[in-house]
Ligand binder design. Structure first.
Ligand code: PEP
Ligand code: MN
Length: 352
């Protein structure tokens, strides 16, 4: 990873560096960081002569070879200075609460608009709404392009940034055209490496954030981090990691709640952790405690299915969505945990 002296390389400097790394069979990837733009060397980055030639350039500050299977996502990478802003929230500085429908119902657009206002009122910082849905059965409602207009209208009316899942090139194009703020990669596609790479490539300049769910069957935590590495290595460092429960499950819950991996993710990588308690436990009445647990484990926020009237919702909403009133109460609990966490850290520092 090449770190320039100034905030970024000029076109001329970039082409000089590119020329050197390509001579050694590597590829240079520009990653626009919050702190400064960095240049990842993809390939074998420890070739001494290549490194020395780069270090010899007077506009280069450092060459950091991170000794990690995921050198960009690694906690020791220069990207640990990277800050992600979603709407008015700088992630990590206050809780990020993404709330809204599992599925947008194109036949009842007002439901989504009403939910959008209600979650804003409850204190949410961003809005979720599934335009396209990964469904177990091919005969179930799969979502449709027209719903993009509904989420755009909700964003327009509330000013909340919007999160929606994309599963293929067509959906990605439509979502990027609509300037969606957060692209969700669902549990089923968390291991779809060509989609991850495509998303990284196409979002690097649009400033679109990516919420990467943990795959249902994902075992090792590094496999999850490596999936995020695909997006960052393709150019977009605005990535958030989203544990959402795995399988096999605990009897009674939809999935095996995995919010407890949050401290491990935080130890290994700089990426924000936004937990999804809805798909983890799968029942509205278990969601608040799972969300509070996630925040206690150190999550930066949650993504929670919320509906103005769950029983008329579609997709997961009838069983999983909480109501805006419950969300309001939950957010107040989350803010309390946030304060407790801050004080606890301060105390630990004082003791240590
Ligand atoms: C969703 O967020 O509605 C969803 C389908 O989630 P997951 O990909 O985690 O199953
Ligand atoms: Mn859902």
């Amino acid at each position: 990873m090449i770190i320039p002296k100034e905030s970024k390389l000029t076109a001329e400097q970039l082409s000089e560096v590119k020329g050197i790394v390509e001579e050694y069979g590597c590829k240079l990837q520009t990653i626009v960081g919050h702190h400064r733009t960095i240049y990842a060397v993809l390939g074998e980055e420890r070739k001494t002569i290549m490194v020395n030639r780069i270090l010899g350039l007077d506009f280069i500050d450092r060459f950091d070879a991170v000794d990690s299977p995921f050198k960009l996502m690694d906690i020791h990478s220069e990207l640990s200075y990277h800050k992600l802003k979603i709407g008015s929230v700088t992630v990590g500085e206050e809780p990020l609460i993404i709330a809204g429908h599992c599925t947008v119902d194109p036949k009842n657009p007002n439901l989504f608009i009403e939910t959008a206002h209600a979650v804003k009122e409850a204190g949410a910082s961003a809005l979720r709404g599934g335009v396209w849905k990964p469904r177990t059965m091919p005969y179930s409602f799969q979502g449709e392009d027209s719903s993009i207009e509904i989420i755009l209208e909700a964003r327009e009316q509330t000013g909340l940034p919007i999160d929606t899942e994309v599963m293929d090139d067509h959906q990605l194009k439509v979502a990027l055209n609509a300037k969606v703020d957060i692209l969700q990669v669902g549990a089923r596609n968390a291991l779809n490496y060509s989609l991850l790479r495509k998303i990284g490539e196409t979002t690097q300049e649009s400033g679109t954030a990516v919420l990467l769910k943990r795959s249902i069957g994902m075992g090792p935590i590094n496999e999850f981090i490596a999936a995020a590495e695909y997006i960052v290595a393709a150019g977009n460092a605005d990535v958030m990691l989203c544990p959402r429960g795995t399988q096999p499950t605990i009897d009674g819950y939809r999935n095996y709640p995995d919010e407890s991996i949050t401290p491990i993710l935080k130890e290994r990588t700089w990426a924000p952790v936004i937990v999804d308690p809805s798909h983890s436990v799968g029942r509205a009445h278990y969601v608040p405690s799972a969300a509070m647990a996630a925040m206690s484990y150190g999550a930066d926020g949650i993504v929670v299915e919320t509906h103005i009237n769950p029983k008329v919702g579609i997709g997961d909403d009838p069983k999983q969505a909480i109501r805006p009133d419950d969300l309001k109460q939950l957010i107040s609990g989350i803010n309390e945990i946030w304060e407790i966490r801050k004080n606890y850290r301060a105390q630990k520092i004082a003791v240590g």
